[in-house]
Design a binder for this molecule. Structure first.
Ligand SMILES: [Zn+2]
Length: 371
């Protein structure tokens, strides 16, 4: 137990969410509880993680969630570990929610994306199909998030590019997708910034400059690809070519990187069709599962193509494998699934409640725990 890396989760505490401030001490090693000296409250070490208040060991829960993240069918887990189906579903929902929060906190931070590819896959659910749209940053292979919808339409793409917008800096950016017509308008609308309004009324939204939009439409004859149409719908060919080159994303407009990612997800989601009765009736049960899979992909899976030749002390030069999160500078090593599940997301900093007028005591507390 390391109190230096912990923070107080109490929403009324002036030191909430702060770590390394010496306010957290070990309360009980046996029960794995910490105590906050600022508010005097104690909390479990697993508070804010999927393990909080579970009756099963962390290692068993981690094992089951790893199997789920790699597409092991629920029925197989239930049979092998003699667990109740609802228990496993509850763990999956907890882990999915946790990973969604983690993704928002760590991945959806503004970064220079350069080259993004997006695509949709059809997921067979019981009696119907669902559409899953995902996007990837080409240079780091970072999975940028997903959206789920019963139909393949603007709503699906708008939800996807809300994640894309949250992860982007207003820098030159190339977005490549398949031939679905709705993409262009959705991308243009997504990458805008609000100008401060003069006087009253809605702020004016300004389009980002230097957004290139490319489409790659494949022509099929049966299952065979017989032709590829590449179209640059917005932006200059020179800028698109430069972004493809700097992101090491091939030689021409392509969707190879998102297709590779889709193949991984599709193979792991294939088991969904055979899964339990209630699982895929509702789109909302698919989203947490996809976030669990996506976070394991981002933080816990090393990529052959991301390896770097680095000087490793006495060993000389060695090829060092990296995860997408490492390539994007979010993590410094390949996380285990347990590490992923144990990350606690700090609440926003404490603010006193009285509309701007702080009491002396509140001012003292703010000064003490700010920074
Ligand atoms: Zn506290």
């Amino acid at each position: 137990m390391d109190p230096q890396t912990q923070f107080c989760p109490n929403s009324n505490c002036p030191a909430r969410g702060k770590s390394g401030k010496n306010n957290i001490v070990v309360h009980s090693r046996k029960e794995a509880r910490y105590k906050c000296r600022a508010c005097g409250k104690t909390f479990a070490a697993t508070r804010g993680t999927p393990f909080y208040r579970l009756r099963y060991s962390d290692d068993l829960v981690t094992c089951i969630l790893t199997l789920i993240a790699f597409g092991c069918p629920l029925q197989a887990i239930v049979a092998a570990f003699r667990l109740d189906e609802r228990t496993v579903m509850d763990w999956q929902a907890r882990a999915g929610q946790h990973c969604q929060g983690l993704h928002q906190q760590l991945v959806e931070q503004p970064r220079d994306l350069e080259h993004v590819q997006a695509d949709e896959i059809r997921v067979k659910a019981q009696g119907k199909a669902l559409w899953l749209a995902m996007a990837i940053m080409v240079r780091t292979r970072l999975w940028l998030g997903a959206a789920v919808s019963p139909s393949r339409d603007e709503d699906l793409l708008e939800a996807l590019f809300r994640h894309g917008r949250a992860s982007a800096l207003a820098r030159p950016l190339l977005v490549v997708s398949d031939g679905l017509r709705a993409y262009c308008a959705v991308i243009v609308a997504a990458f805008r910034s609000a100008l401060p309004a003069r006087g009253r009324g809605r702020p004016h939204l300004v389009r980002w400059p230097d957004i290139c939009i490319g489409q790659v439409a494949k022509q099929y004859q049966g299952k065979r690809v017989v032709g590829i149409h590449r179209n640059l719908l917005q932006g200059t060919a020179a800028m698109a070519a430069r972004l493809i080159q700097t992101s090491r994303g091939g030689t021409d407009l392509n969707t190879a990187f998102i297709e590779r990612l889709n193949a991984t997800f599709r193979s792991r989601l294939a088991s969904l069709a055979r899964r339990s009765r209630a699982l895929l009736r509702k789109p909302e049960t698919l989203t947490p599962l996809v976030y669990l899979m996506g976070s394991v992909y981002n933080f816990c899976s090393e990529h052959q193509s991301l390896r770097l030749k680095l000087w490793v002390g006495s060993h000389g030069y060695r090829w060092v494998k990296r995860t997408p999160a490492m390539a994007a500078g979010i993590a410094d090593h390949c996380w285990t699934v347990k590490e992923l599940l144990l990350v606690r997301i700090p609440p926003p900093a404490w603010k006193p409640g009285h509309r701007g007028r702080h009491s002396l005591e509140e001012k003292r507390l703010l000064a003490k725990w700010s920074e």
